[in-house]
Ligand binder design. Structure first.
Ligand code: PRP
Length: 206
């Protein structure tokens, strides 16, 4: 059976494919996959999922390897092997708010997809905040008055800028990571090692 790689859909997928093809792998079936969520190349099988689900598929051994953002590994605890950083998907975690924001005297309200990271960050600062969980487009929250600020990943900074938000504080840096199922690494070592070795070749960077 061909090794299975779970790939985070969206921006990481695009960056991974560029990197992967630079390493000499055939990506043609993936580029032309349309809305398919499973694709086979000559040597590999790919499944496409959201970041937290990539981790789940790898943890349960449905996928042998996974490509996922470091932010996801920091937010969701998972029993997977975090193998190595990949040379793309660089981003940072930041507190952001509206330009010229006047902070309230009472408890701040923070909206985020990353409630675990947010909680730990403010706890470390000794600050008590109210956290509101959102699933995406979190930049809307300060603009619409749902929250005083957001905690979110910033990659190019374009989303913040185009929505009139500015960074108040940055506190974690991430890149994409290669993760592996623990037993796959033992049982399928022979098939997986050449792929892992190629992926760790940072020369193929974009
Ligand atoms: C992420 C993140 C920001 C944006 C940052 O969202 O939550 O909104 O990317 O990227 P930038 O600094 O390059 O603009 P994503 O695209 O994953 O969509 P989402 O808002 O639906 O989570």
């Amino acid at each position: 059976m061909k090794p299975v790689i779970a790939l985070t859909k969206g921006r990481l997928e695009t960056q991974f494919l560029k990197y992967f093809s630079g390493l000499g792998f055939d990506i043609e079936p993936i580029v032309n996959k349309g809305r398919k969520l499973r694709v086979e190349t000559d040597d590999l099988q790919f499944i496409f999922a959201k970041g937290p689900d990539v981790v789940t598929y790898v943890q349960y051994g449905i996928a042998d390897l996974g490509i996922v953002g470091g932010d996801i590994l920091a937010e969701y605890t998972a029993d997977v092997y975090d193998l190595l950083p990949l040379p793309f998907g660089a981003c940072r975690m930041a507190v952001a708010t509206e330009k010229g924001k006047v902070w309230p005297d009472q408890k701040k309200t923070i909206a985020s997809k990353y409630t675990g990271i947010t909680k730990a960050f403010f706890k470390e600062k000794g600050e008590s905040v109210e956290i509101i969980k959102l699933e995406g487009s979190v930049e809307l929250a300060p603009i619409l008055g749902l929250a005083d600020a957001i905690v979110d990943i910033v990659e190019t900074g374009t989303t913040l800028k185009e929505n009139g938000l500015v960074i108040d504080e940055e506190f974690m840096h991430f890149s994409a990571r290669l993760i592996a199922n623990r037993s796959s690494l033992k049982i399928k070592r022979e098939e997986l090692m050449p792929i892992i070795e190629k992926l760790s070749n940072q020369e193929g960077a974009q």
